[in-house]
Ligand binder design. Sequence first.
Ligand SMILES: Nc1ncnc2c1ncn2[C@@H]1O[C@H](COP(=O)(O)OP(=O)(O)OP(=O)(O)O)[C@@H](O)[C@H]1O
Ligand SMILES: [Mg+2]
Length: 250
Amino acid sequence: MSFFEVKDVKKTFGTNDVLLGINLSVDKGDVIAVLGPSGSGKTTFLRCINFLEKATGGTMTFDGETYNLAHIKKKEIAKIRKKTGFVFQSYNLFLNKTALQNVMLGLTSGRKMKKEEAKKIAEEMLEKVGLKERMNYYPGQLSGGQQQRVAIARALATSPEIIYFDEPTSALDPELIGEVLSVMKQLASEGMTMLVVTHEINFARNVANKIVFMDGGHVLEAGPSKEFFENPKNPRTKEFLNNITTQHET
Ligand SMILES: Nc1ncnc2c1ncn2[C@@H]1O[C@H](COP(=O)(O)OP(=O)(O)OP(=O)(O)O)[C@@H](O)[C@H]1O
Ligand SMILES: [Mg+2]
């Protein structure tokens, strides 16, 4: 059985049905790229499964326990969050704290870890993302790509079982995208389980092992990455892939 599974996730904002029943199952070591046009509900889905938004319905199974998303308790959310990490498009770093302090924070305040121990782990994680030399810099002294790598180090520090990424490179200048993707690729090769909303089609094609294609609040197609790109089944998927290829060519 998958260690992480959601079923029939629904979300309504007022009268706007944004998620109409999303299913997803994740195995350890999966890198799942979530693709889909703007407004299809990708961010809303990630926010619902990370409890930044309350789902209207659906269930989540995590490490053998099943929760009703519409009625989940704060304690249960805290328990699941301890095992998950989230990387946002906009980094969300504390500007008045150094890279090191940003990474330490989740350990000292979130996990009540001793400062010395947290510092050791934070340094290790910053080294892993190639920022050992910059660990005492403030976010304002770092490039967007470096800030995003700090955010990845922060997510890694708490040893999550899965990391969710919401368009981690879309706020970056084109020349900074590669450094972030290569860190993510490295994590993938080390077996980190990742769910990545992205428009980086090459990352989806070459790094992800599974693809979920969303449109209009539904999953229209899901499956192995190779099959998705070589033999898409849904007409909307074909159209989406055609548009992307055309854009890349122009
Ligand atoms: N807080 C909110 N209140 C009302 N409607 C919302 C809210 N958040 C999102 N929506 C609506 O939900 C729909 C899906 O939005 P979402 O941000 O999940 O799309 P997305 O697939 O992430 O798009 P993009 O690729 O542009 O990031 C949109 O129609 C949006 O207007
Ligand atoms: Mg989005």
